[in-house]
Design a protein around this ligand. Structure first.
Ligand SMILES: [Zn+2]
Length: 268
């Protein structure tokens, strides 16, 4: 059972929305007697049940437009040596993730931010400020493992789905149902919120998946500890993606330590 089943009203019927016509679907949503089960999927990397109501093709499409926009807004950092290094480590990580068959793009952006991001279509943005404190390949691998972990963990799709379902539930609770929004929530809408931040749980999951990819790719997962310590002490005006959802960075480092030791890759 995925989360949304568990949270559902007990009297609700479990139905496969794919088999329903639109009128029944909307009525079911409006009366609260319908629970979306079509969106439950087991993630092949984590084994975790996820609530996902958006097509892979929609995500790919949305990634392409978000990426084009990003590249227009932020100048690229033209540094051939840095680019080569980023791609070398990035390619080793995606191979280790078993995702070498899909296309990936690694771009350095000219910004002092200590940040990086990934889109579900495999576009990875890496900021100069982060690159400059990543003087070991193991450090680059820590970041890239984490970012690729967001993709294989299907975090953007999950985040979008939760948001869409929550919006729909709000509408349903009101007097009127917004059918357009309901359809959007079912993955039929065109709007995809790629800018939605990942949850703390997803960040933690990306950390662990990232360690696995690092280790498989021949990098040293223990080096993730000094990397995150460096990130913590680095400060900066805007918290990076990986720190902003972690109010307690010591906790993150402790979790990484525990996992590394559990796997026998330590001691750290
Ligand atoms: Zn992250």
């Amino acid at each position: 059972m995925c989360e949304h089943h568990a949270a559902a009203n007990e009297s609700a019927k479990l139905v496969d929305v794919a088999k329903m016509d639109r009128r029944h679907l909307l009525r079911g949503l409006a009366t609260g007697t319908l629970v979306l089960v079509a969106g439950c999927a087991t993630n092949e990397v984590t084994g975790r049940e996820q609530f996902i109501i958006i097509d892979e093709s929609q995500l790919q499409q949305a990634s392409l437009s978000a990426w084009a926009q990003m590249r227009q807004q932020v100048p690229q950092w033209r540094n051939a040596a840095a680019q080569r290094r980023l791609e070398t480590v990035g390619n080793r990580i995606v191979q280790a993730a078993g995702r070498g068959g899909q296309s990936w793009e690694f771009v350095l952006f000219d910004s002092p931010d200590k940040n990086a991001f990934v889109l579900p279509g495999g576009q990875v943005g890496f900021y100069r400020g982060l690159y400059e404190i990543s003087d070991r390949d193991d450090y680059l691998a820590t970041v890239l493992g984490h970012e690729v972990g967001h993709v294989t963990g299907r975090h953007a799709a999950e985040r979008y789905s939760r948001e869409a379902a929550a919006q729909t539930a709000l509408q349903v609770a009101g007097t009127q149902i917004n059918s357009q929004l309901a359809m959007a929530a079912l993955g039929l809408g065109a709007q995809v919120g790629l800018s939605l931040p990942f949850s703390r749980e997803q960040e933690a999951e990306a950390d662990i998946i990232g360690l696995q990819y690092m280790q498989r790719a021949g990098y040293d997962p223990r080096q993730s500890i000094p990397f995150w310590q460096r990130m913590q002490s680095g400060g900066g005006s805007r918290p990076p993606e990986f720190l902003s959802t972690h109010p307690d960075p010591d906790n993150r480092i402790q979790r990484l330590r525990n996992y590394i030791n559990q796997q026998g890759w330590g001691p750290v």
